[in-house]
Design a protein around this ligand. Structure first.
Ligand code: UGA
Length: 461
């Protein structure tokens, strides 16, 4: 049954029940705010209405079950239901075009549908752009489409704000419940005030700092945030690649030491096989493309992407260094997801490494506790898939840890020795203490392992 929206408190509609939309809807509802989720995918809606999460995200399933049962969240494909609420969030996807620039097709479609639904609405309605959009989109694209389709003028009766989202996969619910800030970009006080009131109702006395700005600034904050985080990862990977050439040096110790400087900080300095996921690559590319359209060539951003892309070469070089020529070698890939606690393989570094290993004639077998169905649906049977983390090692000439799953952390040197034809291990995520893997041929990203032996400085990661 639909929630009772006649009660006087806030009510919201969320257009686009992908990752961000669904987590946003569930958390709004969990705070007693009546929420309607809107999507064009009927199967997804059916699943949500039954209180089931269509994506894997810790805490989301239980939260959905609770809020659907309490009738605080309903899902529908009927956009006109948005008019029963006083604020609508656009959370549709903004994929890349083949040239890297942003594709606003879904944003325009959803805005048009919403505008049509709002034609007859008498009272004030606020439209909030939460999708990641390039600066100028809220005012330059959403505004005219909304005005045209609704027949109203943005201002007194129709509000419009940009309000980017910063949640991460794997910790999305916690991030949505405890954000470090809220960014509201608006052209007028009325719309910014309504959105601030909504968040005050959501967070109560725990309202995080609310930063108000123009829509363009808010839009750029999101890109600057993801680009900076991607920079940190490519930076530490660069240091890791240098460290690898210096016997006795461990990039994890370097990262820890520099992280004590509050100007640098500890987070996002974990060296590895490169960043993946649906956002960093897409957003940095979109920012590069946008910037070039404006006549500025952002060299730094391009280098961040190139460094990330090339990190797969570093991983494969370590494998070759330890295992020799790869033709016909059996290589075990531990982890396919772009990070732990998700089944998402989009832009995963495992895919870039697999690609290179296949080109070199290696025979590959992979295992992931969660992402294998997604991997299979995209890549079919291009590589063999194993049933467990022990199974994947069987008869292997080399194993590579590509995702930092806890399940892999529990594997000991003896497990590798027992299962593999040759116990050779490349720890691309640095989940192991090298000192405990002396019996193996072992290499780790950012670990100058040349003279690793008794008395070496190797310390726990
Ligand atoms: C990222 C941002 O962190 C979120 O703030 C943002 O809201 C989101 O994109 C988005 O735009 O929707 P997410 O892609 O879920 O979130 O994942 P992250 O935890 O940021 O990790 C991205 C990649 O960087 C992963 O492959 C991860 O393994 C890698 N990474 C991260 C490192 O290699 N080293 C690190 O120190 C941190």
């Amino acid at each position: 049954m639909a929630p009772d929206l006649k009660k006087p408190s806030s009510s919201v509609s969320i257009l686009g029940l992908g990752y961000v939309g669904l987590c946003t809807a569930a958390t709004f509802a969990s705070r007693g705010i009546r929420t309607i989720g809107i999507d064009i995918d009927e199967a997804r809606i059916e699943q949500i209405r039954r209180g089931r999460a269509p994506v894997h995200e810790p805490q989301l399933g239980e939260m959905l079950k609770r809020v659907v049962k309490k009738k605080l969240l309903d899902a529908t494909s009927d956009v006109s239901r948005a008019t029963d609420t006083n604020t609508s969030f656009l959370t549709v996807g903004t994929p890349s075009q083949p040239d890297g620039s942003i594709d606003l097709t879904y944003v325009k479609q959803a805005t048009r549908e919403l505008g049509k639904a709002l034609q007859k609405k008498q009272s004030y309605h606020l439209v909030v752009v939460k999708s990641t959009v390039i600066p100028g989109t809220t005012n330059g694209t959403v505004n005219p489409v909304l005005e045209q389709s609704s027949g109203k003028v943005v201002g007194p009766s129709l509000g419009l704000c940009a309000n980017p989202e910063f949640l991460k996969e794997g910790t999305a619910i916690n991030d949505a419940l405890h954000p470090d800030k809220i960014v509201i970009g608006s052209n007028d006080k009325k719309s910014a005030d309504q959105l601030t009131r909504l968040y005050r109702e959501f967070y109560g006395s725990r309202l995080p700092p609310v930063i108000t700005s123009s829509p363009e600034t808010a839009e750029l904050v999101k890109y600057a945030s993801n680009a900076f985080l991607a920079t940190k990862v490519s930076f530490i990977n660069t240091i890791a690649n240098i460290a690898q050439h210096i016997p006795g040096v461990d990039v994890n110790r370097v990262a820890d030491a520099i992280g004590h400087d509050p100007r640098i900080g500890h987070l996002f300095l974990k060296a590895g096989p490169g960043y993946g996921g649906s956002c960093f690559h897409k957003d940095v590319q979109a920012l590069v493309s946008y910037s070039q359209q404006q006549g500025y060539d952002p060299q730094l951003l391009k280098a961040i992407e190139k460094t990330n892309e090339d990190q797969a070469i570093q991983v494969v070089e370590l494998v070759e260094k330890l295992a020799g020529p790869l033709d016909q070698k059996r290589i075990a890939i531990l982890g396919l997801a772009f990070k732990k606690d998700t089944d998402d393989i989009r832009e995963a570094p495992s895919i870039r490494v697999i690609d290179r290993l296949r080109n070199k004639g290696a025979r590959l077998v992979g295992y992931d506790p969660m992402a294998m169905p997604n991997f299979e649906s995209v890549f079919g049977n291009t590589i063999e898939l194993a049933k467990s983390s022990h199974d994947v090692l069987k008869g292997g000439d080399c194993a590579i840890v590509m995702t930092e799953w806890d399940e892999f952390r529990r594997l000991k040197a003896k497990d590798y020795i027992a299962q593999m034809r040759k116990p050779v291990l490349v720890d691309a995520r640095r989940i192991y203490n090298p000192a405990e893997f002396r019996e193996l041929k072992f290499a780790g990203i950012g670990f100058g392992s040349e003279p690793l032996g008794p008395g070496s400085q190797a310390e726990p990661s």
